[in-house]
Design a protein around this ligand. Structure first.
Ligand code: SD4
Length: 293
């Protein structure tokens, strides 16, 4: 049975439904996840990833994305990529078409264009309006991010997949809202935002990238599974360590999610609530998580 998981309520739902369509049409796990993230990146109504997501303090969108295959540890990533969709496809091309793991900034863009991806404007009218608000009152604009919708916008979709103990992990993000230009978070970093190793399982992260990166959250969760922990226990363990050692993770959610070799899934958050979509075979369900004390 194939299991696919996807983070956060609205963008995660768009992503996982598109991934299931691709998967049911016979795509590989990577094809399915790429299709899922591509759909969420392309949807301008989601204030999440790709087109219509929240910009940096220059009003520009700088996207990060990554993918990793557990079968041979191959990985690819782009960071601070401007004006290119799908960022996840650019990351896949780095993995499949270069000898490198990551390309950054203007050179990542140049590479993506050379591989056939088309430059485009990702800043929608709604995002331009919000950026105007940010210029007038940055604090208010930052609060608005968390107050305006029934669900605060989420800037990252991380997806994991497992089939017959073969694992894939991918992530796509616009990064933290109104970040410093050039700032890169955990999502494109192998070991921080994603990790996959068929000998142990796979994991991903979402939330405050600086803290997740310092914790090497995804790698750490996979190592707990390598030592026998279930996906759920591994995620809880990482969240507990972060809560103890990294006080900032008590203020802004840091989330770890994982799939193990026993057929289980898990997730844990350091604060706030977190929603994970889980597709097992044909059944799709949302699971909500709160911090464990
Ligand atoms: C980052 N981890 O760039 C991302 C942000 C995120 O939901 O996951 N937001 O720090």
């Amino acid at each position: 049975m194939r299991t696919i998981v996807s983070t956060w309520k609205r963008p995660g739902e768009v992503a996982i439904k598109a991934a299931l369509i691709k998967s049911n049409a016979g795509g590989s796990m990577l094809d399915a996840i790429e299709a899922g993230l591509t759909a969420a990146e392309a949807d301008p109504t989601l204030v999440a990833i790709g087109k219509g997501s929240l910009p940096n303090t220059d009003g520009e969108l700088e996207l990060d994305a990554s993918c990793m295959l557990g079968k041979d540890l191959s990985a690819g990533a782009v960071c601070a990529l401007r004006g290119i969709l799908p960022a996840i496809t650019a990351a896949r091309y780095v993995m499949e078409r270069t000898n490198h793991v990551m390309l950054a900034g203007d050179q990542a863009r140049r590479f993506a264009i050379s591989q056939g991806l088309t430059p485009q404007n990702l800043v929608t009218e709604e995002i331009a309006r919000r950026f105007e608000m940010f210029l007038v009152n940055p604090d208010q604009a930052r609060q608005y991010v968390h107050a305006v919708e029934d669900e605060p916008p989420h800037d990252t979709v991380t997806m994991l997949a497992r089939e017959n103990n073969d694992f894939v992990a991918c992530s796509s993000t616009s990064g933290m809202p109104y970040k410093m230009p050039g700032r890169v978070g955990d999502s494109p970093i192998v070991g921080a935002g994603i990790y996959a190793d068929n000998e142990a399982g796979c994991a991903g992260a979402t939330g405050m990238g600086e803290e997740l990166w310092k914790a090497c959250a995804s790698f750490r969760a996979v190592e707990f599974m390598r030592n026998g922990a279930s996906a759920m226990d591994a995620c809880n363990e990482v969240a507990q360590i972060m809560r103890k050692r990294q006080p900032k993770s008590l203020e802004i959610p840091c989330v770890v999610l994982a799939l193990d070799k026993q057929g289980g899934f898990g997730a844990a958050t350091t604060s706030g609530t977190f929603e994970l979509w889980v597709a097992e075979g044909d059944s799709l369900q949302r699971h909500d998580f709160v911090p464990q004390s």
